[in-house]
Design a protein around this ligand. Structure first.
Ligand code: BDR
Ligand code: CA
Length: 310
């Protein structure tokens, strides 16, 4: 079983990513869930993570992290995820409590004490991961891969920048330049997995509580993506990370150099992806270029159905 830490800002697609990652099929050993300021304020993201754990009966620590990015002020995305960060499903306040301590120390502690290398799975801004790497660079030796959702060759928060990278580009720069292998699911691939009405109706046919919860998440997410971007549904961006951990074969990749832009006025937060190797810079990222959509949705639906099995 692979040891993972899910670092997130749930967030509809973060919640779905946790649901995939926590399934028996994924065979992941989730050491904990850490939260970061992103889609909404960090305390709301923490509450949402606790709610998702409760839905799943997932008994892992949930540890709150950075309240704001390294350098800039926070930006949030209620127009995509609603004021709670997880609008749509009706959820009662969680009974599960967050664990004491800070996400950065939790990440450092878990990575240091793990016998096997740990995979970090960030699906929000990279603030916690950057701070952990800065506070204790020795953890790099015991991280096998950072599997993240962020960036792409185009943007969704600005024309150049994707939300997670834009919110804390200085943190992204630390992570991308850390020397730890980065596997990157950017918008190029996440926009290939849009949960449109056809997907939602297949989810609705699955008769268990978790699938019902996912259906509610997808309905809300589809609505905001229709209103905001004119898309036929919501791309379940973050779920690409745990789907990859479950079955890497469905994705295609290019090894490339990616530079994080932190200075440009119009391009702040851009992930400059050197697909044609024009810079001669060393490759630092396994960049997801495509996905076998049929396989993706088949496995996705199978995983949701598996929650109804004894
Ligand atoms: C990313 O931004 C957030 O709104 C989503 O949860 C995802 O992590 C997509 O740009
Ligand atoms: Ca997210």
């Amino acid at each position: 079983m692979r040891n993972v830490i899910l670092d997130c800002d749930p967030g509809h697609d973060d919640a779905i990513s946790i649901i995939i990652g926590a399934s028996k099929r994924s065979e992941l050993n989730i050491l904990g869930i850490t939260t970061v300021a992103g889609n909404v304020e960090v305390d709301k993201n923490t509450r949402n993570a606790l709610q998702v754990c409760e839905m799943l009966n997932l008994d892992v620590p949930v540890v709150e992290g950075a309240v704001r990015p390294l350098v800039r002020e926070s930006e949030v995305a209620p127009e995509i995820h609603g004021d709670t960060g997880l609008d749509g499903p009706v959820l009662s306040p969680p009974e599960k409590k967050k664990s004491p301590g800070h996400a950065v120390d939790f990440i450092i502690g878990e990575v240091r004490k793990s016998d096997e290398k740990v995979t970090l799975v960030p699906t929000g801004p990279l603030t916690n991961i950057a701070l952990a790497l800065i506070k204790d660079p020795s953890i790099k030796d015991n991280i096998d891969e950072i599997v993240l959702m962020g960036g792409g060759t185009f943007g969704n928060w600005t024309p150049a920048a994707e939300f997670n990278i834009y919110v804390d580009a200085e943190a992204a720069k630390v992570v991308y330049e850390s020397g730890v292998p980065v596997t990157m699911f950017g918008l190029d691939v996440t926009h290939q997995v849009i949960a449109d009405e056809a997907v939602i109706s297949r989810v609705a046919e699955i008769d268990n509580d978790i699938a019902g919860f996912v259906k509610e998440l997808l309905i809300f997410f589809a609505e905001t993506y229709k209103n905001h971007f004119g898309f036929p549904g919501g791309p379940i961006h973050d779920a690409c990370t745990t789907m990859y951990l479950l079955d890497p074969e469905m994705f295609t990749f290019e090894d490339v150099n990616v530079t994080i832009e932190t200075k440009g006025e119009a391009t702040y937060g851009m992930t400059v992806v050197d697909l044609l190797k024009t810079t001669g810079k060393a490759e630092n990222v396994k960049f997801a270029t495509g996905v076998d959509e049929e396989t993706f949705w088949k496995i996705f639906l199978d995983v949701l159905a598996s929650y109804g099995e004894a």
